[in-house]
Design a protein around this ligand. Structure first.
Ligand SMILES: C[S@@+](CC[C@H](N)C(=O)[O-])C[C@H]1O[C@@H](n2cnc3c(N)ncnc32)[C@H](O)[C@@H]1O
Length: 333
């Protein structure tokens, strides 16, 4: 075997074993190992494992793996490992519950929901797994909703800031954020412009929304269903990271429901990932949508076809960052 092949073989081995890593991190998060270390700043292995309720022999193996992954590190250089203390690295800190925009809930989703969904990929492609794209949201309990909200918002602050700057809203604008989740983006808007924002999402989210909403009477939560009824009278309608959750048939239903309620001047902004070409990392995000929700990450051609059928017309298109793009639309007639 020549050198190139050996390198490719290692590359392949890395890919094949990459699923080990999230399971190791997930287990550490579930046992609160990282939160316990953070609380003590620096802690001996025996004490850490006894607080987290893990037997020493097996716990030591988990911690060793976390050290290799650069999540945890030694705080001192004692030769006898039983005297060594452990502390968190920067990556370890980002996984603790107290961290702002912590990735903890994202890890839990990856370790549970993503993991089981991805194991069905073969059956889905082989047509053996039959599931509706409504299943993902209809079956969520309160814990699942909280995990999803936190997972989504854990990486959103920079993205939200870019988006609000792009939208250039005016004080007089009436904005509808469809599928606006817990209202995090609405709150970001208010940091820049004091306009009126309605957030429409499933009524089960009212609980997580109320907390944020109490701070301002400019934001209102509407418990509803964008497949059933969308209210009228808005200058701006936002659909942020919503359409990738749905099949073409359901995207069409949502867009038709929206276009029926738009005035001539109303602008609809679809903010979503759009695949640029066949060699695009978003093709992996597309498979994630396929297994998780039954939705897809679309190309601009695919969006164009759906937009035409929905009585909407293109006004502008822009890439916001490496992951997300914005399509600005108006009613066609
Ligand atoms: C991927 S999240 C995006 C949340 C938010 N727009 C953001 O970008 O952070 C999709 C949102 O659509 C909402 N949703 C799902 N089905 C819905 C429905 N039938 N009517 C209204 N909202 C719905 C979900 O509850 C969730 O908050």
């Amino acid at each position: 075997m020549n050198n190139t092949n050996i390198n490719e073989k290692y590359k392949l081995m890395n890919m094949l074993t990459s699923f080990w890593v999230p399971q190791i991190i997930y287990t550490a998060v579930k046992f609160s190992i990282l939160d316990i270390i953070q609380e003590h700043k620096s802690i001996g292995l025996k004490k850490l494992l006894s607080i987290s309720g893990i037997k020493y022999k097996i716990g030591y193996r988990l911690i060793r793996a976390l050290i290799f992954l650069d999540i945890v590190t030694y705080d001192n250089n004692e030769i006898d490992s039983s005297f060594r203390k452990l502390k968190l690295t920067t990556m370890g800190l980002l996984l603790t519950a107290k961290e702002i925009e912590s990735l903890r809930d994202y890890v839990i989703m990856v370790g549970e929901e993503f993991y089981t969904s991805w194991s069905k990929l073969y059956d889905i492609i082989n047509n053996k797994e039959n599931f509706s794209d409504k299943h993902f949201y209809e079956c969520r309990n309160r814990r699942d909703n909280i995990l999803l909200n936190n997972a989504i918002s854990s990486l959103s602050q920079v993205f939200f800031t870019k988006l609000v700057n792009f939208l250039k809203l005016n004080k007089a604008d009436k904005v509808l954020d469809l599928g606006g989740g817990d209202g995090s983006f609405a709150i970001k808007i208010l940091e820049y412009v004091n306009c009126k924002i309605d957030v429409l999402d499933r009524k089960q989210l009212l609980h997580s929304f109320k907390k944020l909403n109490n701070k301002s009477n400019k934001i209102r939560f509407i418990g509803g269903d964008f497949f059933v009824k969308i209210p009228k009278g808005y200058d701006i309608i936002l659909l942020i990271r919503v359409l990738h959750n749905w099949s073409d048939k359901n995207v069409l239903k949502i867009l038709l429901n929206i276009s029926k309620q738009m005035e001539k001047e109303t602008r609809l902004y679809i903010v979503d990932s759009i695949i640029d070409n066949d060699n695009d990392f978003r093709s992996l995000m597309d498979i994630n949508m396929l297994v998780l929700t039954g939705g897809s990450i679309r190309t601009i051609r695919e969006y164009t076809a759906l937009i035409r059928k929905s009585n909407l017309k293109f006004i502008s298109f822009k890439n916001l960052d490496r992951v997300y793009s914005i399509i600005e639309l108006a009613r066609n007639n």
